[in-house]
Design a protein. Structure first.
Length: 129
């Protein structure tokens, strides 16, 4: 019998990237999208109500940014895996990304099924610098 799918919340203010991320999740065996949020505030609310196991979080969001939303989500649910996604190079990440409690950061160009699986498998160790 297969294990239940990993539930994933996608957070991005741009619909094209939300669709692309949903496609990646849909193509990755053992993962399923349970919701999509357009803002940090929606992400916090959806994380509370949907209790996803993993959140794909854009950094640059209007209102509450992805770093602050990650802090709020992981404070309420420490076992939630948050993968920060953006167009930044690692060396250009905002300084406060390191204290967000995100599990990892991946440039959007590098995001795909293999990255999703790797981050989930390494979830016990926080990878941000």
């Amino acid at each position: 019998m297969d294990a239940p799918a990993v539930s994933v919340l996608i957070v991005d203010d741009q619909a094209p990237f939300r669709r692309a991320a949903a496609t990646v999740v849909g193509l990755t065996r053992g993962f399923e999208v349970v919701g999509e949020a357009r803002s940090g505030e929606e992400a916090v609310e959806f994380a509370r109500t949907l209790a996803p196991q993993m959140v794909l979080m854009d950094i640059n969001l209007g209102g509450m940014n992805g770093i602050e939303a990650t802090r709020v989500i992981t404070a309420a649910s420490p076992h939630t895996v948050v993968l920060l996604l953006s167009t930044y190079q690692v060396e250009d990440l905002p300084v406060d990304a390191a204290t967000s409690r995100a599990t990892a950061y991946v440039n959007k160009d590098a995001f795909g099924p293999q990255v999703l699986r790797e981050v989930w498998e390494k979830r016990a160790t926080r990878q941000l610098p």
